[in-house]
Design a protein around this ligand. Structure first.
Ligand code: DGY
Length: 324
């Protein structure tokens, strides 16, 4: 008999067929208590779980006594209780490699659109405001040859450094848990402590995961260390930045602008003050959202679940040491 799995995100037809060739699949819309209650038998017998953007916590695990592997269609896994999974030797699989270049493209898009006010001035054109040669009130700031500060030098940070160094001639500063020899050798990136990076960078790009250590790492005190002419870019996780402190810093001109793909609450409430600030570019968490990359992530997640339920956790597993 094929193992049972719960699928809580839609998949392209060919990937669904692949999943169904290995497992008996129950498809659900979400992992809410109501959904779990409505499919109690399926959750109780499931050995695998596949999807994204839902919380997987102790309460859910209590309803899934046979669970052996979870597979998320994302690189980030801050919505999983990794400790609870590991305590039960349940594998957590993710997609760390296939989205790197696409997310780095998104970061560069945020840098360029914040600096050159692309969204704001394009809107002005659509409103019919371009009626004569433009003056300084339409101007932006340069990106090329400015200093790029990258906070978090993982795969995505490295891909961003490559773009900034070769494409835009930008000196690179970075802060990370450890020195990154490749970034230093290939892109002449200079390691520095976070305060130095904040004081010297023209663009501060956050590419950090959300952990207890990074929660609100960018608070009022840290934002105050940035240059008033500098731009903050966040495509890591929203709660790494204290959003109220950021709003104050933007309103008071303590920093020049912000380009944000992630927020403390997603979707971003329409009442958020961020949406009324002209110097904010707000994107709907599109970091990896291209057709090609979202397909590659879903394919990777399907393969990850097949591997994990066959006892293979040497690739893309967050907690291999906990899996027996
Ligand atoms: C991820 O995979 O964690 C990204 O945030 C998706 O864009």
């Amino acid at each position: 008999m094929k193992p049972s799995v719960i699928l809580y995100r839609s998949l392209p037809d060919d990937l669904l067929a692949r999943l169904e060739s290995h497992f008996t699949v129950t498809r659900v819309n979400d992992l809410s208590p109501a959904t779990v209650a409505a499919h109690a038998d399926a959750f109780a017998s499931a050995e695998g779980l596949l999807g994204s953007s839902e919380n997987v916590d102790q309460a859910l695990l209590d309803k899934m006594p046979r669970l052996r592997a979870t597979s998320t269609i994302s690189v980030g896994y801050d919505n999983f209780d990794v400790e609870a999974l590991s305590a039960r030797h349940i594998a957590l699989m993710h997609t760390p490699t296939v989205l790197t270049e696409t997310v780095a493209d998104t970061l560069m898009a945020l840098v360029l659109s914040s600096a050159r006010r692309v969204v704001e001035v394009a809107e002005r054109v659509k409103k019919g405001e371009w009626t004569q040669g433009i003056g300084p009130d339409w101007f932006g700031i340069d990106v090329h040859h400015k200093t790029m500060g990258i906070v978090g030098m993982g795969r995505i940070g490295l891909a961003l450094a490559q773009r900034a160094h070769f494409g835009f001639g930008m000196p690179i500063l970075y802060n990370a848990r450890r020195h990154h020899q490749e970034a230093e050798a290939r892109f002449n990136a200079r390691y520095c402590d976070l305060d130095t990076l904040l004081a010297e960078s023209d663009f501060v790009c956050i590419v950090l995961p959300l952990t207890s250590e990074t929660f609100h790492l960018f608070d009022a005190a840290k934002l105050a260390k940035m240059k008033p002419s500098a731009v903050l870019i966040n495509a890591g996780r929203g709660p790494v930045v204290d959003e109220n402190a950021l709003i104050d810093a933007l309103k008071q001109g303590k920093i020049h602008a912000a380009g944000l793909d992630v927020f403390e609450q997603e979707p971003l409430p329409v009442s958020s003050p961020l949406l009324s600030l002209p110097n904010v570019v707000a994107l709907p968490h599109i970091g990896s959202a291209t057709h090609e990359t979202r397909y590659a992530m879903a394919a990777c997640a399907v393969d990850n679940l097949i591997d994990a339920l066959n006892g293979k956790v040497d690739n893309n597993c967050v907690n291999p040491q906990a899996v027996k």
